[in-house]
Design a protein around this ligand. Sequence first.
Ligand SMILES: [Zn+2]
Length: 157
Amino acid sequence: MAASSFPLPDTDWDATRAFWAGAERGELVIPRCGGCAAYQWYPAPACKACGGKQFSWTAVSGRGRLFSWAVVRHGFLKPFAKKVPYVTGLVTLEEAPAVRLVTNLVDCEADGLQVDMPVRVVFRPLVFPDTERQVMAPMFTPASEPVAGKERNARDV
Ligand SMILES: [Zn+2]
């Protein structure tokens, strides 16, 4: 990554280019093994479950659960100083509870977060004062528990 683009992620890196391209389209995509159908994150050359080497980037629902989090109140690195306080966390995916995405929790009260609470993906630009470029990134926000009817219909249209 070019030093001048820090702290933005390198969206041209082969291993994660599809991930960032998906986010730009508003899709959360995760590599899925062609051999055993396991989702694998972080991307790796071989499947941890079966050793397979064929992966396809697969869109997931964006629904998940909050695994853990931390409220960052001090900007130790200059580019992050103006963003505090913010919440960084690990989210597991509905389709793949073994996958834990490092992400930010947004539109939430830090005090209201609970282990295993349902969350859903939202896409927000990563913007920093010293960088011109911005990168769309998947972040998560608390979601209500799925209820019969309404939410299912909304997804099916
Ligand atoms: Zn596999």
